[in-house]
Structures are given as C-alpha cells and as structure tokens.
Design a protein around this ligand. Structure first.
Ligand code: GLA
Length: 392
C-alpha cells in the first residue's frame, strides 16, 4: 500500500487534513548467526529487512494516544497520565509500553493519533513486534520535538518495554537492529557492550531465501523465557564452582568443559555449550563473510542450526523439516533457523539462479513432511528506523 493510500485511510479514521501528518517506519530483521546469545553477552549478526512497520502520526492536542491499524478492527484510546493501565490489551500494549518507558525516561509524550500498517509478516519470528516498538518510539519522540534521535537509547527503551511492560524477556538484538540497520549491510553487535560495526552483506553469486514454516504458534514466549532461565541456571552452577563470569559467552568451549562434571543436569550443560560454541561461530562467520568465502559462511550456518536444534532445543519439527529439505537441495551453501525459534523462519544461502527452483522444491517437500504450506520472502538489507520524508 502506498504512503498516500495510508494517509487517506488515516484521515477516514481520524478526520482532518494531511497538513500535520508525519510518517515513520522501522524494519523487521533476520539474524544470520548468533542465536539466543544476545542475553548471554554474546555477539549477534542481524540484518534489517526491506519489510517494515509503518506508523502514520499526528498530534491531537489532547491528553491521549489513539491507536488504529490497517489490518485489525481494534481501536485503543489511552490516557497519557495512566500509561500503566494498558498491559493486557489484545493489541496495543507494545505501543503503549514504549510510550510508558519513554515517559519514565523523562521524555514528554504528546497526545497523538497513530495508524499502523506493516509488511513484516506477523508472528513469523522476523521481529514484527520490535519494529512496531521502534517505529512507535521514533514517532513519539519526533512528535515530542526531539530533533536528534539517539537510536541506541531507543533500542534499549523498547527492549525494556517488551521485558517489563509486555513480559517477554527478550534480549536487545531485535530492537537494536530495527533501530540501527543499514542498507546493504549486516551488523555485528556485541551485546555485552552494545558496540557494533556494519559489515557489507555481499554474498557474491548467492542470495538469501527466507522460508516461513508457518508453524502454528505454540507457547513460543514461555519456551523462550524458559531457555533464558536455563542459561541463568547454567551460569549460576559455573559461578558456584569457582567461576566468576558475568555472561556465559565470556567462556570458550575449553573453559566450559572444566565445569562439565559440576552439572548434574546434562541438559543445562548443553544449553551453555550452545552459547559458547555459537559465540565462536559468529565471530568466525564475520571473518569469512568479510573475506568473501560464502561456502565457509554457509557451513557455519549449518553448524549453528545443528547446535540450536540439538543442544539448545529451540527449533521444533517444522524448522527441522525446513532445514533438512534446504540442505538436501542443489545450490545451497548453508541454512539455519533464524530468530527466537520454536517455529518461525529458516534462512538459506542459495545460488541466485537456483533460488526459484529452491522455493519450488521446498514448497513441495516441506509440505509433504509437515502438511503445512510454507511462504517465501526475499529482501535486500534494508535501512533502520526513519522518518519517511518524501511521501507527499
Ligand atoms: C528473539 C529475541 C531476541 C533474541 C532471539 C534469539 O528474537 O527477541 O532478543 O534472543 O530471539 O536469538
């Protein structure tokens, strides 16, 4: 849908003219490698997508924030001086959580009418919620008169909204890349320090095919929070036995091994092993991508998938089926699940001229194994959160 079309819809809901209307957007993401280690002080290697969440915005001169969306019947009217009251909305708690955290951080929130439209597939593990949060923060701060936005701070406040307001214990990766993605680049982010660098996403004769498993949502949030707590338990065992680490990812595999006998629960050891091996793979992946060795890069992605499947157990039958099909197809350098897991998307590094055949084969074979039709997306590396200036 064009921006003008969205503005028309906006006016049909909220009335008035387009004079004071401003438009903001923020992208979804894939993560190339470095999964489930952002909250373990590790490095992650995400890429912003061209798929975004858009918010059309205008101040309303009242003490309230109104929310509406292009694809939902829900309408929300929230009082700015009672922002703690909206935690359990069917839709709208992400936006109001962000407004609340910005307010807590000392920013003035102005009353406004907001209208949402997204092209990030919802619930597919491509960070549609983070992109809504970051687009909302960008809009609210801009309407509030902030001229130079601090996107690092935006990412941190949006993560806080999700952790504390919504109750999803996510790490920083999704909000950070949505806020700070760079066209044609991936980002290597050190989640312990929030230092980051951009790496050109040049895959030579390969491209990325995103396969959405369309797996039914099953307790994703609960399982995610459970993995996070298992990592905390593993770290506690290490530190009770002579270690003094802030994060699991400070350790290499050899250091972790010295604690293996202290783990009475072998499952917790495997969780920790995923973290330390994933950290090593991620650093290596940046090196080989920089040197243009896409085959080596793809190999690391496959190893990462095996680790998150077997040691971390964050995949599930649908993601496993997609992976098995992908690595059996011609022209595939590498493949893995991406994002939080337990369903969601697979990314595969496929020779450009084989990508059509890959999708055709994946569609047939994946459906044969799971009974579910997959969806496919292709996207270059897109820009981070921004105001859309040229929509008129
Ligand atoms: C979700 C979370 C992120 C990260 C990934 C797994 O997307 O929001 O913080 O933990 O899962 O890497």
């Amino acid at each position: 849908m064009s921006y003008q079309e969205l503005v028309k819809q906006y006016i049909s809901i909220y009335g008035g003219t387009d004079t004071d209307i401003r438009i903001f957007e923020a992208p979804g993401r894939i993560n190339l490698i470095g999964e489930h280690i952002d909250y373990n002080g590790g490095h992650v290697f995400p890429v912003g997508l061209e798929y975004t969440n858009i918010v059309v915005a205008r101040p309303n001169g009242k003490n309230e924030i109104n929310l509406a969306a292009s694809d939902l019947p829900d309408r929300v009217c929230a009082k700015i001086d009672q922002l703690t009251d909206y935690k359990h909305l069917h839709w709208g708690s992400y936006q109001l959580g962000v407004a609340y955290e910005l307010q807590q951080a000392g920013f003035a929130i102005v009353g406004c009418d907001l209208y949402y439209h997204g092209t990030v597939p919802f619930g597919a593990g491509l960070s549609s919620s983070a992109s809504i949060e970051v687009a909302t923060a960008t809009a609210l701060l801009s309407l509030g008169g902030e001229e130079k936005l601090d996107f690092k701070q935006i990412a941190v406040l949006c993560q806080r909204a999700e952790n504390q307001y919504v109750g999803m214990n996510c790490g920083i990766m999704d909000q950070f890349i949505s806020a700070l993605a760079k066209k044609d680049h991936a980002m290597i982010l050190d989640c312990a320090t929030l230092d980051y660098q951009y790496v050109p996403l040049d895959l030579g004769r390969y491209t990325i095919v995103i396969t959405n498993t369309n797996a039914p949502h099953k307790l994703t949030e609960t399982q995610y929070n459970q993995r996070r707590s298992e990592c905390e338990q593993a770290l506690a065992i290490i530190n009770q036995n002579g270690g003094s680490y802030k994060y699991l990812c400070e350790m290499d595999e050899a250091a972790l091994k010295t604690y293996q006998d202290q783990f009475s629960d072998e499952m917790l050891y495997r969780r920790a092993r995923h973290c330390v091996t994933e950290e090593a793979r991620t650093k290596k992946a940046v090196e080989v991508l920089r040197s243009g060795d896409i085959e080596a890069f793809g190999q690391l992605l496959k190893e990462a998938n095996v680790s998150i499947r077997d040691d971390y157990e964050a995949t599930g039958p649908e993601l496993d089926a997609a992976y098995d099909v992908a690595v059996s197809l011609p022209g595939v350098a590498g493949s893995r699940m991406t994002g939080g897991g337990f369903g969601g998307c697979n990314i595969s590094i496929v020779e450009k001229d084989m990508a059509g055949a890959f999708e055709a084969q994946m569609a047939v074979q994946y459906e044969r194994r799971t009974g579910i039709k997959p969806s496919f997306y292709r996207s270059a590396a897109g820009e981070g959160a921004r105001e859309v200036k040229d929509w008129r």
